[in-house]
Design a protein around this ligand. Structure first.
Ligand code: S0N
Length: 277
C-alpha cells in the first residue's frame, strides 16, 4: 500500500511524517538498535504532542529505523546504556532523567490510536514502549523481552502492571525474572501482539489497520481508549474518561445553555431538558 509521507519537522534522533490522517514516528538510531537517550525521548514527546494537537490525525504509527548496516532490525532497545548515569539517563545538559516516563503517560492518555510496528528487537524500555501502544503489529523477525534485572534497571509502572494485564501475572513475572527473548510467534500466542506479518509488509499492514480505524467514529474511539485505560489507571484513568464526558456535555445544547445564560446575565433554563431514565 502506497502512501505519500510528508516530513513534518527535522529532528536529530527521530523521523516524523504525516499522510492521510496518519502520523508516523520513527526512532532513528539504528547504530544503537534504536536505544533512546534523553534527547530521543524529548523529540518523541514533541512529535507525539504535535500529533495529539493535529485534528486531522487519528492514528500514530510508532516504529524503528532499519535495517542497520549489519542487516539487523530494531524497534527500540530501551534506554541508551552508554549515557546512563547515577540517577537516570544523562543528556547534553548533564542532568540525569527518566523522561521516558513522561512520554509513556502522553502515549497512554492521548485520545488517538497508537500502533507499534515492531521489526527486530523490542527490548527493555523499548519493549515497554510497544506495550504502551494501543496495538502492536509484529514483523516475523521481531524479538521481544525485558532485560532490567540483567542490566540493573526495572520498570515497575506500566512495564510491569500493564504487561501483566496483557499476558497474565505468571507470564509477566517470567518475562521480567528470566529476561528471555521471545519470537513474534510466541508473542502472538501470549496476546502481546495483534498479528505477525512478513517484515517487508510491516508498514503496509500498519497503514491498512490505520485506514480501517480512520473510517470509524473519532469520539467512539477516544471514549473506548479512555474506558480501556480507566480499568487499570486509577484516578488518572477516571480523569481521562470523565474528561470525555465533559467534552460531550460541552457539545450538547444543555451544556451550552449554562454558559449562554451566564454570558447573557440571566438564569439558566434547564427545565427544558429531560431527566432521562
Ligand atoms: C537489543 C540487543 C539484544 C541486540 O543484540 P545484537 O543484535 O547482538 O546487537 P549488539 O551488538 O548488542 O548491539 C548493536 C549496537 O547497539 C548498541 N546498543 C544496543 N542496545 C543498546 C542500549 N540499550 N544502549 C546503548 N547501546 C545499545 C550496542 O552497544 C552495539 O553498539 P557497538 O556496535 O558500538 O558496540 C542487545 O543490543 C541488547 O541486549 N541491548 C541492551 C538492551 C537493554 O538492556 N536495554 C536497557 C534496558 N533498560 C531500560 O531500557 C530502562 C529504561 C528506562 O529508562 C526506564 C526506567 C524506569 C522506568 C521505566 C523505564 C522504561 O524505559 O520503561
Amino acid at each position: 500500500m502506497q502512501i505519500d509521507w510528508q516530513s513534518v519537522k527535522t529532528y536529530e534522533d527521530i523521523l516524523y511524517h504525516k499522510a492521510d490522517g496518519i502520523a508516523k514516528i520513527t526512532i532513528n538510531r539504528p547504530h544503537k538498535r534504536n536505544a533512546f537517550r534523553p534527547k530521543t525521548v524529548f523529540e518523541l514527546y514533541d512529535a507525539f504532542a504535535n500529533a495529539r494537537e493535529d485534528t486531522r490525525i487519528g492514528v500514530i504509527l510508532l516504529t524503528g529505523a532499519g535495517p542497520h548496516t549489519d542487516g539487523k532490525y530494531a524497534f527500540c532497545a530501551g534506554g541508551d546504556q552508554s549515557v546512563r548515569g547515577h540517577a537516570g539517563y544523562v543528556g547534553e545538559d548533564g542532568v540525569p532523567r527518566l523522561n521516558v516516563l513522561d512520554l509513556q503517560r502522553l502515549m497512554r492518555s492521548m485520545p488517538k490510536v497508537i500502533i507499534a510496528l515492531v521489526a527486530g528487537y523490542a527490548i527493555g524500555g523499548g519493549h515497554v514502549l510497544h506495550i504502551l501502544c494501543d496495538l502492536t503489529i509484529a514483523a516475523d523477525n521481531a524479538v521481544f523481552g525485558q532485560t532490567g534485572p540483567k542490566v540493573g534497571s526495572f520498570d515497575g509502572g506500566f512495564g510491569a502492571s500493564y504487561l501483566s494485564r496483557i499476558v497474565g501475572q505468571k507470564k509477566a513475572r517470567e518475562i521480567w525474572y528470566l529476561c528471555r527473548q521471545y519470537s513474534a510467534t510466541q508473542a502472538l500466542e501470549m496476546g502481546l501482539v495483534n498479528c505477525v506479518v512478513p517484515v517487508e509488509q510491516l508498514e503496509a499492514e500498519g497503514i491498512q489497520w490505520a485506514q480501517e480505524i480512520l473510517e470509524k467514529s473519532p469520539i467512539a474511539i477516544r471514549c473506548l481508549k479512555a474506558a480501556f485505560n480507566a480499568d487499570c489507571d486509577g484516578q488518572a484513568g477516571l480523569q481521562e474518561l470523565a474528561g470525555n464526558a465533559t467534552l460531550l456535555y460541552y457539545m450538547s445544547e444543555e451544556g451550552a445553555e449554562g454558559k449562554q445564560a451566564f454570558l447573557e446575565k440571566r438564569s439558566p433554563d434547564f427545565r427544558q431538558y429531560p431527566w432521562l431514565p
